[in-house]
Design a protein around this ligand. Structure first.
Ligand code: HEM
Length: 510
């Protein structure tokens, strides 16, 4: 074949490919048009409406919130997630239908990881489906029951002392310490996972390198890169295609690390005479009572679930709570008074009952999560054809397999449901006022049968960290924090503010 023939073949192939993309794009655009559902304008061939995600000018939460806000009039809006149709729900009643009333028709998170490519993730209750989800969920529900939480809080208390000791050490003789809050609270939540979860030393408050430590490995999981962001977007848009290509969420190195960590913990515990009382032990005992041999893969999946589902979400939330406290000294003072008074009734000891009594702190945490939800977008899969009817009379016949997007941040910041939504006002969540909150417009932990199973554990550990800080220190915003907070568009799915949240921590004068 001469060179001109080769060039002609390549050119012909390219033209065919472009025509194919244009044709599929036109078909995809018509998908919502034929159903009479308004759609997000500005879609492009191949990428649909998510070009800003690929160009990294938006992260997922800011993009979906923008789509939510720009389509005020309708109860549902169609969009193209690459070439796949996805439906954004703008009506709290529809959210209720999908997450609660007709849960059986929308019972999967729209993120299918495959058993072959991601064996550990596919056993994590967030990703699992069917019987595997029911079994995993049942175990975790028990693991975070009130009885078990009381035990876990004992370890969390020890971690809050470590947090205090760390701050004190950094302060030395100075009367002020400038810290980045996500960094500070990530140390706390990682240590909580290590201690309360696996009975291990996490070295989280230690700045020296500890090769092979949980801290080092977690940094590898949670450090987003452009490549990992792209892979994530592709897996979300094309779960089946990603499966064929062998895409996995969890790098091989991490998979191997956690499997050998679990084997090591089991070996050490076999030699111990006094049984431990942590999450790891509970999971081992549950396997035994069900008459099963300890399955290393299941145990590793639970261990990872504790870390992956709880660590980043809790530290992100805590950093925004710290921001709210630093920016609003009155709320901080009131929270501190509550902490002092509750602690004095409990022998100055953090325990389960004392944390439950901190109700103003709950209001502050809720208001922070309303403004800055860690999971600002939820994504479900329609598992059976279902008809949805919106407040405006719009009717959509949703086909099995369609992605349903719950715009958590959009709903939580909508002036239709929240007066002056941009204002930080913990009073919205007081006992009297919370009755007026429109149901399904406040979803920081999701809703329905798939609601966050670690919610109470998360609340307890966040309150323990805040109690330790507020009891002894004050927080003041540093000018290093860039205001207004802008979410870093290069950080894929988590809402991390550009430049971080910097505060001065000062010891209280007695
Ligand atoms: C502030 C911290 C946290 C936030 C904001 C958060 C938020 C969420 C959200 C929004 C979901 C999805 C719910 C839905 O689809 O309706 C979820 C699911 C889940 N979370 Fe959390 N979470 C937090 C902490 C934790 C902790 C500490 C754990 C466990 C140690 C945990 C374990 C899980 C699990 C296992 C699921 C999957 C549940 C299922 O699909 O059945 N989370 N979380």
């Amino acid at each position: 074949m001469d060179i001109s023939t080769i060039l002609a073949v390549i050119l012909g192939g390219l033209i065919l490919l472009i025509l194919y993309f244009l044709w599929t794009h036109q078909n995809a655009k018509n998908y919502w048009k034929y159903r009479g559902i308004p759609q997000v304008p500005g879609s492009h061939p191949v990428v649909g409406n998510i070009l800003p995600l690929i160009r990294q000018t938006h992260n997922l939460i800011t993009l979906i919130t923008e789509f939510y806000e720009k389509n005020q009039k309708s109860s549902m809006v169609g969009m193209l997630h690459m070439m796949n149709p996805a439906l954004i729900l703008r009506d709290p009643e529809l959210v209720k239908t999908v997450m609660q009333v007709e849960f059986h028709n929308f019972n999967e998170n729209h993120f299918l990881v495959s058993m072959e490519n991601d064996p550990l993730f596919s056993k994590n209750p967030f990703f699992s489906t069917g019987e595997a989800w029911i079994a995993g969920r049942k175990r975790l529900t028990y693991a975070f029951s009130s009885m078990r939480l009381k035990i876990l809080v004992e370890s969390i208390r020890a971690v809050s002392h470590k947090l205090d000791a760390y701050i004190l050490k950094q302060l030395k003789d100075k009367n002020s310490l400038e810290v980045e809050l996500k960094d500070l609270f990530a140390r706390f939540t990682l240590e909580a996972v290590a201690n309360a979860g696996f009975g291990l030393e996490g070295f989280s408050f230690d700045d020296e390198k500890h090769p092979g430590s949980l801290k080092e490995m977690s940094a590898k999981i949670f450090q987003p890169s452009t490549l990992s962001n792209m892979k994530f977007i592709l897996m979300l848009a094309f779960p089946n295609f990603s499966k064929i290509l062998g895409f996995s969420l969890l790098p091989q190195e991490i998979d191997r690390y956690f499997r050998s960590l679990v084997k090591e913990i089991i070996k050490v515990r076999k030699g111990e005479t006094v049984p431990r009382n942590d999450f790891f032990q509970l999971m081992t005992d549950l396997e035994k009572t069900e008459g099963e041999e300890i399955d290393i893969e299941s145990m590793t999946a639970y261990v990872l679930s504790f870390l992956i589902d709880g660590y980043e979400t809790s530290s992100t939330t805590l950093s925004f709570v710290g921001f709210g406290l630093a920016k609003h000294p009155d709320a901080q003072e009131r929270a501190r008074e509550e902490v002092k008074s509750v602690l004095s009734n409990h022998n100055n000891t953090i325990n389960y009952d004392c944390l439950k009594e901190l109700t103003y702190m709950d209001q502050i945490i809720n208001e922070s999560m309303r403004l800055y939800p860690a999971a600002g977008v939820l994504s479900k899969t329609c598992t059976k054809d279902t008809q949805l009817k919106g407040f405006d009379g719009l009717i959509c016949d949703v086909e099995k397999g369609t992605q349903i997007i719950i715009p958590v941040k959009g709903l939580q910041n909508d002036p239709k449901y929240w007066k002056d939504p941009e204002i930080f006002d913990p009073e919205r969540f007081s006992k009297e006022n919370s009755k007026d909150i429109t149901k399904y417009t406040f979803l920081p932990f999701g809703e329905g049968p798939r609601q966050c199973v670690g919610m109470r554990m998360a609340q307890m550990q966040m309150k323990a960290a805040l109690t330790a800080v507020l009891d002894k220190y004050s927080l003041e915003l540093s000018p290093r924090t860039r205001l207004p907070l802008t979410i870093d568009p290069q950080q894929g799915i988590m809402p991390n503010p550009l430049g971080g949240i910097w505060v001065y921590i000062k010891p209280l004068r007695h």
